[in-house]
Design a protein around this ligand. Structure first.
Ligand SMILES: [Zn+2]
Length: 349
C-alpha cells in the first residue's frame, strides 16, 4: 500500500511517499481503508522531535506512519471482532487504552497511563490502510462525510470533554474561548453555541475573529495589543465569565484567571506557551474558583459528537483537502498557521 513514512526526525523533507506492506490483523482488530486523515500539530512535533518517536526509532521500529484522526471503510475484520462488518463507514477513536488498569476499570480510559495514540505510538492514517482494535471503530451516519468525520476526534473530543463533562457548561453560562482559530477553539465555540451559552472568543487576527462571529461568537477580542481580561470584565459589568477554555498556558494564564466570575471554572487542556502559571490563592477562595485539567475524552463522547455532526448540529471547519502524497505541504501550512480549520489528507485523491 501507499503511505507517507519517515525513519528519522527532521523537516518535512524526511516524509516519503512510498510502498509499505499492509498491516496484518490480530483477532480483535479491523483493517480500515482510509478515506480521510486530518493533520494535527502533534504530527508536526512527532516528525520534528518528540522523544517517543525517537525512542521508537532507537528500538528499530521503522518507519513510522503519522495520523491520529482517521475516517474510512472497514476492509477486513479479525476473527474475534464483534459489532463490526466489512463495508462499515467508521471514524476511529484515537486512543487505545490498556483495558486492565485501575483507570480503565473505573471507566476513565482517557486517563490510562499506558494508552497508545494511533499515529503516535502506533502506525496511523497517513496511508491507504490502517489497523485498529475493533472497539475503536465507531460507525458514522451517511450524512457525515469522511472528511468531516476525520476532522472531529481530537479537536471535538477535547473541547467537548472540557466544556460539557469537566466544566459542566449550562445555557446560562458565559464562556471565554481562547485561540478560536485553532481546532479545539473552533470546536469549543460550536459546542458552547449549541448549548446556548454566550461566547467570548479571542484570536490574534481580525480575519479569524470575523470568521468566529460568523460562527456565532458574541464578543470577539484581538488579544495582540490588549489584556483580554479587561475587555471581558468591561462587557460583563465587572462580573467575568463562568468558564474559560484554556489551552495557551503561561502566556495567558493570569488573564484567564482574572476573567473568571464568582464560581467560575477554568479548564485547561494545553500549554503551548509554557507549563508554569501563578494564581492568587486569596482570590481563588474568595471567588470560589475552580481550576481543572482535561485530557482528550471517551469513546461514548465521540459517539455523541458523531451523532450531532450527522444531524448537522456541529459542522467541522475544513480548510482544505489534499492528496496523501502532499502531506509535507499540509505540515508547512499548519506550521505557518496559514489554515483556518482542519487540513485533511485523502489517499484516494
Ligand atoms: Zn488502562
Amino acid at each position: 500500500m501507499k503511505a507517507i513514512v519517515f525513519s528519522e526526525q527532521g523537516s518535512t523533507e524526511v516524509l516519503q511517499y512510498t510502498d509499505v506492506p499492509k498491516p496484518t490483523l490480530d483477532a480483535n482488530e479491523v483493517l480500515v481503508k482510509v478515506e480521510a486523515c486530518a493533520v494535527n500539530y502533534l504530527d508536526l512535533h512527532a516528525r520534528r522531535n518528540r522523544p517517543e518517536i525517537a525512542e521508537k526509532f532507537q528500538r528499530g521500529e521503522t518507519p513510522h506512519i503519522l495520523g491520529s484522526d482517521i475516517a474510512g471503510t472497514i476492509a477486513k475484520i479479525g476473527n474475534a471482532t464483534r459489532g463490526v462488518a466489512v463495508g462499515d463507514r467508521v471514524v476511529l477513536a484515537p486512543c487505545i487504552p490498556c483495558d486492565v488498569c485501575r483507570d480503565c476499570h473505573s471507566g476513565a480510559k482517557n486517563l490510562c497511563d499506558t494508552q497508545e495514540l494511533i499515529g503516535f505510538q502506533t502506525n496511523g492514517g497517513y496511508a491507504e490502510y490502517v489497523k485498529a482494535p475493533a472497539q475503536n471503530a465507531i460507525q458514522i451516519p451517511d450524512a457525515l462525510s469522511f472528511v468531516n468525520a476525520a476532522a472531529m476526534p481530537i479537536a471535538y473530543l477535547t473541547a467537548w470533554h472540557m466544556l460539557m463533562t469537566r466544566a459542566q457548561l449550562r445555557p446560562e453560562d458565559d464562556v471565554l474561548i481562547l485561540g478560536v482559530g485553532g481546532g479545539v477553539g473552533s470546536a469549543g465555540l460550536q459546542i458552547a453555541k449549541l448549548c446556548g451559552a454566550r461566547v467570548f472568543a479571542t484570536a490574534s487576527s481580525d480575519e479569524k475573529l470575523a470568521r468566529a462571529r460568523e460562527m456565532g461568537a458574541d464578543v470577539t477580542i484581538n488579544y495582540k495589543d490588549i489584556d483580554f481580561s479587561e475587555v471581558v470584565l468591561d462587557v460583563t459589568d465587572g462580573r467575568g465569565v463562568d468558564i474559560v477554555l484554556e489551552h495557551v498556558g503561561a502566556a495567558t494564564w493570569e488573564q484567564s484567571i482574572a476573567s473568571l466570575a464568582k464560581n467560575g471554572r477554568l479548564v485547561s487542556c494545553g500549554v503551548t506557551t509554557g507549563n508554569i502559571g501563578t494564581i492568587n490563592i486569596r482570590k481563588l477562595y474568595q471567588k470560589q474558583l475552580t481550576v481543572m485539567g482535561s485530557a482528550l475524552g471517551t469513546v461514548a463522547e465521540l459517539r455523541t459528537l458523531v451523532q450531532l455532526a450527522g444531524q448537522g448540529k456541529l459542522e467541522p471547519i475544513i480548510d482544505r483537502v489534499l492528496p496523501l502524497h502532499r502531506a509535507g505541504e499540509a505540515h508547512l501550512l499548519l506550521e505557518n498557521r496559514q489554515n483556518f480549520g482542519k487540513i485533511c489528507l485523502c489517499p484516494t485523491l
